[in-house]
Design a protein around this ligand. Structure first.
Ligand code: SAH
Ligand code: SF4
Ligand code: F3S
Length: 474
């Protein structure tokens, strides 16, 4: 049993990152463990977790498990969890309740929890006390060890917990089963060293470790060969890519090299305003296959709150960067993340956030009420604002965000835009869906024959969160 340790998770030393190319393996005897057995995997949280789940699926399939999307049919149920806010926790424990019921009727069912919540000391303590029947718990640094963890559980017949709290190395040989045949996530870096005072990620994901350009570019080339049209370069703050590498190579260099591979569409998330360089802007402008879409989290418009958050920029420097981006890339769409109700946020601080939203007129924004995370500095800050007041602020902010989202979408009416058709629309099964270069969701008529292709679409109707359109045949 290896339990998480917050103090160790927080540590950052000069220990060199080791790239491990042989670390993952499945013992011969485990390759048939999943024969005639099904797994159900549910994923919470960010794209990084989605991509981790693609790794977990491939590992389970190398053990001969097959996937099911019906939890009741599964022999192995695994929840890949997120720790970013309290409500994520509540959702997971709701599911755990359902798993317990199933286990009562299916004694051989294996149940498990992994991901960022497994990295939290208090969560694992809770599991050990109240959920003794949960079979396996493993952390974000332990994914490649899944076959051994399952084996341990089956051999010892007791709860198996393995959560490393380390700064982290890079394991390069984990297999992947991608959810899409057209779009792919590529990790370009792991972890985060920014330590924004409200955020749990630097504790759950370890220190910033950039993958080498060779591994990334090889992955891109393989995806091109497999017919992929779009890749998203993933990291908690991708602009800081390369700073921890021994070579002189940065995000602008990587974007340029990826663009030169010729893949049709390149996206990247998330950009921290702090590290966004002019060189990057030049490269985005220069290459048509780098999509004109930037997610640029603001968090707050008040300098006082930004300082308390440890965000390392001011309202003025954020707005300067925003304007520079819009001048260089006028067609681009820009989205953001905002937290309301950070400890000590006054009405005036909140008004400043609204001011920035009015100035930037974002294409869309993810908005959150501050959620204290145990172990982070902000969780200990004094907070006098009531939940009712925070909810009122969130509502007011959302009204404004929605207004500008609609305004941004209105500009698309009657325009012809490129859309990568992905599949049947969830809202209307007679239509197909896909995204524009600027990341707008479009429901498209008569496009069933064009799945996996980038086609021109004329926008015929505009809503706040999506567009409707029809195929343009040239
Ligand atoms: N690395 C990204 C953010 C990843 S987390 C960045 O720096 O921009 C995604 C979003 O969740 C954050 O941008 C923030 O708005 C929100 N978030 C993170 N911790 C939070 C907390 N404790 N309470 C509320 N929202 C939080
Ligand atoms: Fe969290 Fe800040 Fe790192 Fe983003 S940059 S993951 S908000 S600590
Ligand atoms: Fe959540 Fe972990 Fe991502 S906390 S947002 S799943 S890095």
């Amino acid at each position: 049993m290896i339990l998480p340790n917050l103090k160790e998770a927080k540590q950052r030393t000069n220990k060199e990152v080791v790239i491990k190319t042989n670390e993952y393996h499945v013992d011969e005897e485990l390759k048939s463990l999943g024969v005639n057995k099904k797994y159900f995997l549910k994923t919470y949280g960010c794209q990084m977790n989605e991509h981790d789940s693609e790794n977990i699926k491939a590992i389970l399939e190398e053990m001969s498990f097959t996937e099911t999307d019906v939890m009741e049919d599964a022999d192995f149920i695994l929840l890949n969890t997120c720790a970013i806010r309290e409500n994520a926790h509540n959702k997971v424990f709701g599911m755990v309740g359902r798993m317990k019921h199933l286990r009562e009727t299916k004694p051989n069912l294996i149940t498990g929890i992994c991901g960022c919540m497994a990295q939290e000391e208090t969560i694992v303590e809770e599991i050990m006390q109240k959920y003794k029947w949960l079979d396996i718990v493993f952390g974000t640094h332990n994914i490649h060890r899944l076959p051994q963890i399952i084996k341990e559980k089956l051999e010892k017949q007791k709860q198996e917990i393995e959560v490393f709290s380390i700064e982290g190395d890079i394991v390069e040989n984990i297999p992947v089963k991608r959810d899409s045949k057209y779009k792919a996530w590529i990790n370009i870096m792991y972890g985060c060293d920014k330590f924004c005072t409200y955020c749990i990620v630097p504790y759950t994901r370890g220190k910033q470790r950039s993958r080498t350009p060779e591994f990334i570019l090889n992955e891109v080339r393989e995806l091109i060969e497999d017919g992929y049209q779009e890749i998203t370069l993933l990291g908690q703050n991708v602009n800081a890519y390369g700073k921890d590498l021994k070579i002189d190579y940065n995000m602008a260099n990587l974007l340029e090299d990826v663009a030169k591979t010729g893949i049709a569409r390149i996206r990247f998330v998330t950009s921290h305003p702090w590290d966004f360089t002019d060189e990057m802007i030049e490269i985005i402008k220069k290459y048509d296959n780098i999509m004109p879409y930037i997610h640029l989290p603001l968090q707050s418009g008040s300098d006082r709150i930004l300082k308390l958050m440890g965000r390392r920029y001011t309202k003025e420097s954020y707005l300067k960067l925003y304007k520079k981006l819009k001048e260089a890339l006028p067609y681009s769409s820009i989205t953001t993340d905002i937290i309301v109700g950070f400890p000590g946020e006054t009405e005036d601080d909140f008004k400043e956030t609204l001011e920035v939203v009015k100035e930037c007129e974002y294409d869309s924004a993810f908005t959150f009420i501050f959620s204290p995370r145990i172990g982070t500095p902000a969780a200990k800050m004094e907070d006098h604002v009531s939940l009712e007041e925070k909810e009122k602020r969130l509502y007011e902010l959302n009204e404004l965000v929605n207004k500008y989202a609609k305004k941004a979408n209105d500009k698309y009416l009657e325009k012809v835009v490129p859309v990568l058709i992905e599949g049947v629309s969830e809202k209307n099964p007679t239509m197909m869906m896909g995204y524009t270069d600027t990341m707008k969701l479009v429901n498209v008529k008569n496009a069933a024959d064009f799945v996996g292709k980038i086609v021109n679409v004329k926008i015929t109707d505009v809503k706040t969160w999506s567009l409707d359109g029809e195929l343009v045949i040239d």
